[in-house]
Design a protein around this ligand. Sequence first.
Ligand SMILES: Nc1nc2c([nH]c(=O)n2[C@@H]2O[C@H](COP(=O)(O)OP(=O)(O)OP(=O)(O)O)[C@@H](O)[C@H]2O)c(=O)[nH]1
Ligand SMILES: [Mg+2]
Length: 321
Amino acid sequence: MSRAQRIHVVAAVIRNHQQQILLARRPEHAHQGGLWEFPGGKLEQGESPYAGLCRELHEELGIQVSQARPLLDISHDYPDKQIRLDVWLVEAFSGEPHGAEGQPVRWVNQQELAQYPLPAANVPIVNAARLPECYLITPDLHSIVDLVPAIERAIDSGQRLIQIRQTQWSEQTYRQASEQLVARFGDQVTFMLKGPQPLSLPGCGWHLTARQLTHMAANPESGTALLARCEGPIAASCHNAEELGMAEQLGLDFATLSPLLPTASHAQATPIGWTAAAELLKGVNMPVYLLGGLKPADCSLAFQHGAQGIAAIRGLWPSAN
Ligand SMILES: Nc1nc2c([nH]c(=O)n2[C@@H]2O[C@H](COP(=O)(O)OP(=O)(O)OP(=O)(O)O)[C@@H](O)[C@H]2O)c(=O)[nH]1
Ligand SMILES: [Mg+2]
């Protein structure tokens, strides 16, 4: 079913100063009744998504939205309804949110979101709400001695999701470095680790290569068992619709899509470009970072093209001074 034929719903991720997210409980008699939701509702005929978002949040929470941007746009088939959930991140509003229609509302810590009973469609929204705008991938470095101070600078500059990529290191060196980094910085960032299987380090995620992803999609039983061993987020490097489809099918938490623009590190690869990337992302029900020649200033363009944000090596790596 095309997106245009679905019931178009706008919903909001709203944060307070403590970085908690607002959930509301759906009335018992409603569709998906009694479950917690991100406030919002159906668009009216001819209404733009932003206008619908402002109207719904005024009706349901009594607030005035003054700034919001697209976060994630997904499709979901319930047995009785086919919906398109167009989720926005509210960046500025006035008024104190309250259950203006008598519904219970609650500010929830980001880590506790998944403990609330939410409609099935909301799983990728929870991932998108928790993931940052930028995904830093480390460049190849000589040794751990170079990595630690650079990671510290990256954290100081605001990075919260970091892939440790070291193509030249032995498995043992990689493991030692990961252990050191997790012990030192694990309470401030989520590390995404690479390798043939998830390293069982507290809170760490696992980032699959496209090759690992393809292998796993072809052997879903052994793949699912491996995925279950990872306690953190699981992601994959994707380059086309087929790989994005596999990542979504396996229930991964997010993906990267590359190369968006030409880069020095992958000079021979054909770039996807913004327009084609936006088309690809329309069919994906999962947060995706665009990767390849991007820097933080490209984030808002990435949001407008349906991405979670940008992933980068050079564009996000802190300089040494
Ligand atoms: N608002 C909202 N709706 C969601 C979420 N997840 C999800 O599956 N939905 C589904 O999307 C649809 C949203 O419709 P709604 O009931 O909020 O619509 P509305 O505010 O316009 O209400 P109304 O139809 O009573 O006027 C429902 O089918 C609901 O089950 C979510 O997080 N927030
Ligand atoms: Mg509603």
